[in-house]
Design a protein around this ligand. Sequence first.
Ligand SMILES: *Cc1c(COP(=O)(O)O)cnc(C)c1O
Length: 341
Amino acid sequence: MAKKDIDWSNLGFGYMKTDYRYVSEFKDGKWDDGKLIDDDMIVMSECACVLQYAQTCFEGLKAYTTEDGKIVCFRPDLNAERMADTAKRLEMPVIPTDKFIDAVVQTVKANADWVPPYGSGATLYIRPYMFGKNPVIGVKPADEYEFRVFTTPVGPYFKGGAKPITITVSDFDRAAPRGTGNIKAGLNYAMSLHPIMEAHRNGFAENMYLDPATRTKVEETGGANFLFVTKDGTVVTPKSDSILPSITRRSLMTVAEEVLGMKVEHREVLFSELGDFAECGLCGTAAVISPVGKIVHKDGEICFPSGMEEMGPTIKKLYDTLTGIQMGRIEGPAGWVKEIM
Ligand SMILES: *Cc1c(COP(=O)(O)O)cnc(C)c1O
């Protein structure tokens, strides 16, 4: 084994082709055994269901090297469960959890040379995904699918410290009540491209989406859940049926409650109460938590007391504890860290 010659700590978040990817095909009502291949190209019909009707979904997780030199990933069983929920909502076949985890393990092992070393801050991003492949012109689900897993090394999310970001409140809605906001479907991202580009053009890092029905409650951003901290140190995360259940956010809530002994609330969060919070962050696999310093909206702005220079103290403690568990420096709840090799 020879690690690739990459300047790990200066990697960005982009796609880089690695040596192997996993593919399993669903045909005649069943999955085949699946295999690793080196060809990164996919050839399919011009009328493939994914191309015409966007029948596709994905997951995202990371593999990384722990302090004692093991390659691990974090709670892949929850990614498998979430992909199963997504698949059902999109009339796609479910990948059994053991097949999903086996595919992740095989792909990471085959690309072990691409897993960044401990301490570099970089990780190997893992992208499991599935799409409807056969030609479909009358609207209906495909009969044939591919489930694939590829990996790509990604750099440290925060280069030179986690500076709080400024976000804005989008005039667009992310997900309808009783729609598809709670599943990880490509379609939720297609419609978010215009709002995020508008936000960037206006100088903001991210969009806060409100609930479409009343526009009074906080939902999430395009790709991360919110976490707030009250002035007396309670961790509050918004609850709604149209929020994607972030594994990072759920893990942070468990860490807050069970490891750090903090008070945790998972409840509806009104936009009008945001000014009462001391800290705000965005939770997702990519950054674990990105601190938010300011929210700009049409009637003014909300500046969190934690400021624009560094993470607030509670978010910092949550961040350090969860990343410590992930990296094997702190003992976490049983079964959270899955050893790959
Ligand atoms: C993937 C995703 C998240 C973050 O989920 P994690 O499991 O923590 O990576 C949050 N919101 C949306 C909309 C997402 O697609």
